[in-house]
Each structure stands twice: as structure tokens, then as C-alpha cells.
Write a protein that binds this ligand. Structure first.
Ligand code: S5P
Length: 453
């Protein structure tokens, strides 16, 4: 069996939990909405689910299985099929004719019946079912629940002496989704406030305008980048992941008028030559007024980084306006880049990366210590006195087959409050690269304007 986490992520794709603003039956506004019924529409998932549920139960204790109508009925049926424990069926209302039975199937008094429930909130509907099942002379000792919304139901039932087993709690799920970068920190905070019984607001904080950022950030490179963005109405940084000097220069020349910056991986250029590659690139950058970001992602001790930055054939220190660097080497290591603007790698866009919340928190302490760090590469909101650069942006959000995860410009400006989008294949792999760059420029700017208003 796959891990519980992998199973959840697959099931999540069926749309069983939604995040946003929902009014519950009780009138309360909730930041999430759970409906596990779609699980039954995917036989493979339903079968797997029943096995996960059976795994956590003391199966020898039960003579019968009964689902709380309706959502848990298919789950109870699947569990019965997998475990050979006989199923009984509880009606929502007793028949008004014939036997007037409330419970259907074969059973006799004194048997112990396992109850199955999809979601437990206050526990009220479960208590009703328990009462009705017990009324037929059956015994209920255990209840299995797929998802505990953590709103007191479980405790209430346990106080009454019932053993409640749960496969997932909402906190567990929120943690998984946060780690998978499916939820923003704002959303997570709101959910925790809600679960903690605190009042919540759904107003999203507006993104800070570039003009405001200009006032808060005083590094000359950051200032320049923001000025270019405002003047060109472009927050686009094109990622030039091409492998020849000619392709690199062509991209720079064609995209130049539409971009605020060009991001290079200079070590992938096969025919690199300082004169031919760098001096010409520099000229184009000057002509079209964009900045150069060398995405070297430094990650060594200070002395080595200093050498990698200024020596060798690339001589990055001579030409890059900005460089990317990991904070992993610590505070002093991050001081290797003189006055060049540092973009610290805080969070990565690739699947199963190690930049979790703890890593980011520790990295942030190192980053904020360094006056040359002008911003971060990240997939979450960051503080306002830094610029946020977000790669993994594409208009269609299907991931690639090497772990890259994509989001739309709309999403990253609205949810992450990004300042600059970094787009690679969405542009340089397009049939018409200039048209593609223009599209990303316009979409990026529209998304920015929507996020600030
Ligand atoms: O977390 C990251 C950090 C970076 S800098 N994820 C990324 O994808 N990048 C870089 O952004 C990556 O090295 C590549 O150059 C670019 C994304 O390219 P795309 O083709 O997937 O848009």
C-alpha cells in the first residue's frame, strides 16, 4: 500500500476538500468545505480507502458493519467486501409500510456493530445513529471516521465511552497541503484560527504596489529593477535556459523590450566565450534596459563562493546585476557577492523539495541579516521589504515530467503577492517567442494590477 499521505493527495484530486469561504448548515462561515462523496465514484480509491480504514481497527471485535447514511454507505460496503464482516443498512427514516424496519439486513441482538462515518464535526448525527442501532439491541463500541474536522465531535463521543478511530484530521491535511504548497500561509493561519474557535476574516491582504516597495527597499539594484518594471509595465523575468550563445543573444534581443530582467544559467552555454557571449549580452541589456540575473544558486562556503563568483571563465561578478544563492551556507557565506543584488533561494518550485516551513524560517533569519539580499525566490508570501521572484509560472498549469510545478500569473500575484514572475519554457519553447513574452508581460501586469486593487 502507498503511504497515507500519497493516498490522500490522490484522493484530494477528486475535489473532496475545498478552501475558501463557505457558509455551513449552521450559518457559520468556514474556511474549508469537506464532501467525501466523490470518493465513491472512483472504485480504486474507494477500495484503497476501505483498506486504510480496516488497517487501523481491531477487526476481531466486530460482528457487523454499518455506515451512517448516506455518505458512508459505500465506504461501509467496501469495508465489508474487503473484510468479510457482514453489512447492515440503516435507513434515514423508518419505512412507513410493511416491516417498518429502521435497520435492514441479518443481525441478532447482542452483536457488536462497527459504525462508519465519513466526516465527524459535532458528532450529532453519529449519536443519533448510535442511539438507533443500540435501540435494536445491538452493541456499538467503536466508530471509524475518515476525516475529523476537529470541532469537538470526537471528544463528545469518547466521553460517552465510544472508541473513535480517525484516518485523517483536518490539521493533518492542512499540513500536507501546506507542504505541497497548495495552501498559502494566510489560508493556513485562517484555518487554524477557525479550528481554535477564534473569529476569522476572509479579507485578503492586498499586494503592495511597486511604488511602495521602492520606498521600502534601498538597494540600487532593487530600485533599478522596480523602476524598469514601472516604466515598461512589465514584471516579467525571462529565463533563458538555452545552450548556445546565438540562442541566448537572439532571446535577449527579441524579448529585450518586454522584460524587466533576463535570467541566465551561464554554465549551460556550450560555446561560451566572454567576449562573444557576455560583452554582447551586456550591450543588448543596456540597449533594451533590462537587468541580468545569473541563476547560479550558490550553495558553498564563503571562500569557494567568492571564487565561483569572481573567477573562472564566467567572471560573474563582472556582469551580473543579480545572482541567486542558497542560504544553506550560513550568514557569512552569503556575504560573498560584494554589492551585487542577491536573490536568496527560500523555497523551490519542484516537487518534494526540502524547503519546508522550518527551513524557510531559518533561512529567513540569515537572509534578513544581509543588506545585499534584495529578494527571494519563493513559493509563499514574504515580508514587504524584500522582492519576491516566483519561477514555475506557466499559463497552463500542467507540471513537466521532471518535478517542476507550475502556477498561473494570476495565482502567484493574488495568493503569493509575488513581484516578478520568472518564465522559461513558457516563452523560449513557444513557436513565436516574442508573442509569448508579450502575452506573459500583459498577463503578469494585469495580475499585478488585480492584486493591488
Ligand atoms: O525553485 C525554483 C528556482 C528557480 S530559480 N524553480 C525554478 O524553476 N527555478 C528556475 O526557473 C529554473 O532553474 C529555470 O531556469 C526556471 C524555470 O523554468 P521553466 O522552464 O520551468 O519556466
Amino acid at each position: 500500500m502507498k503511504t497515507k499521505r500519497a493516498f490522500f493527495l490522490e484522493a484530494y484530486k477528486l475535489g473532496i476538500i475545498k478552501f475558501g469561504k463557505f457558509t455551513l448548515k449552521s450559518g457559520i462561515e468556514s474556511p474549508f468545505y469537506v464532501d467525501l462523496r466523490p470518493l465513491a465514484s472512483d472504485p480504486k480509491i474507494l477500495k484503497q480507502l476501505s483498506n486504510y480504514l480496516l488497517e487501523i481497527l481491531p477487526l476481531d471485535n466486530f460482528d457487523l458493519i454499518c455506515g451512517v447514511p448516506y455518505a458512508a454507505l459505500p465506504m461501509a460496503t467496501a469495508m465489508s467486501l474487503e473484510s468479510y464482516i457482514p453489512l447492515i443498512l440503516k435507513r434515514k427514516e423508518a419505512k412507513t409500510y410493511g416491516t417498518k424496519k429502521l435497520i435492514e439486513g441479518l443481525f441478532h441482538k447482542g452483536q457488536n456493530c462497527l459504525l462508519v462515518e465519513d466526516v465527524i464535526t459535532s458528532g450529532k448525527s453519529l449519536l443519533e445513529t448510535i442511539y438507533e442501532v443500540e435501540n435494536e439491541g445491538l452493541k456499538v463500541s467503536d466508530i471509524i471516521v475518515v476525516l475529523d474536522r476537529q470541532q469537538g465531535g470526537r471528544e463528545k463521543l469518547q466521553e460517552k465511552g465510544y472508541q473513535v478511530h480517525t484516518l485523517f484530521t483536518i490539521s493533518e491535511i492542512v499540513k500536507i497541503l501546506q507542504e505541497e504548497q497548495q495552501l498559502t500561509e494566510d489560508e493556513v493561519e485562517r484555518i487554524h484560527d477557525f479550528l481554535g474557535g477564534h473569529s476569522i476574516t476572509f479579507e485578503e491582504k492586498k499586494k503592495t504596489r511597486y511604488e511602495e516597495k521602492l520606498k521600502n527597499i534601498d538597494h540600487p539594484v532593487a530600485t533599478r529593477l522596480l523602476e524598469i518594471a514601472l516604466q515598461k509595465k512589465s514584471n516579467l523575468i525571462a529565463s533563458a535556459d538555452v545552450t548556445t550563445t546565438q540562442e541566448l543573444l537572439n532571446l535577449a534581443e527579441t524579448l529585450g523590450p518586454h522584460i524587466a530582467g533576463l535570467k541566465t544559467h551561464i554554465d549551460i552555454i556550450r560555446d561560451f566565450d566572454y567576449q562573444q557571449t557576455i560583452l554582447r549580452l551586456k550591450d543588448i541589456a543596456e540597449k533594451h534596459d533590462f537587468l541580468l540575473m545569473e541563476d547560479r544558486k550558490f550553495g558553498d562556503i564563503g571562500n569557494t563562493q567568492e571564487l565561483q563568483f569572481s573567477q573562472g571563465m564566467y567572471k560573474i561578478s563582472n556582469w551580473a546585476d543579480m545572482v541567486t544563492a542558497h542560504a544553506i551556507g550560513g550568514t557569512q557565506a552569503l556575504q560573498s557577492f560584494a554589492q551585487t543584488g542577491i536573490i536568496a533561494i527560500l523555497g523551490m518550485s519542484s516537487k518534494s523539495n526540502l524547503t519546508d516551513a522550518h527551513y524557510r524560517e531559518e533561512a529567513m533569519k540569515i537572509i534578513t541579516n544581509n543588506p545585499n539580499v534584495i529578494g527571494c525566490v519563493a513559493q509563499n508570501q514574504i515580508q514587504d521589504d524584500l522582492l519576491l521572484f516566483t519561477p514555475g509560472v506557466h499559463l497552463t498549469t500542467a507540471d513537466d515530467d521532471k518535478g517542476q510545478q507550475y502556477r498561473t500569473p494570476e495565482y502567484v500575484f493574488k495568493k503569493l503577492h509575488t513581484d516578478f514572475i520568472i518564465v522559461g519554457r513558457g516563452i523560449y519553447k513557444a513557436e513565436n517567442i516574442e508573442q509569448a513574452a508579450l502575452t506573459y508581460k500583459i498577463k503578469g501586469w494585469e495580475a499585478y494590477e488585480n492584486a493591488i486593487s
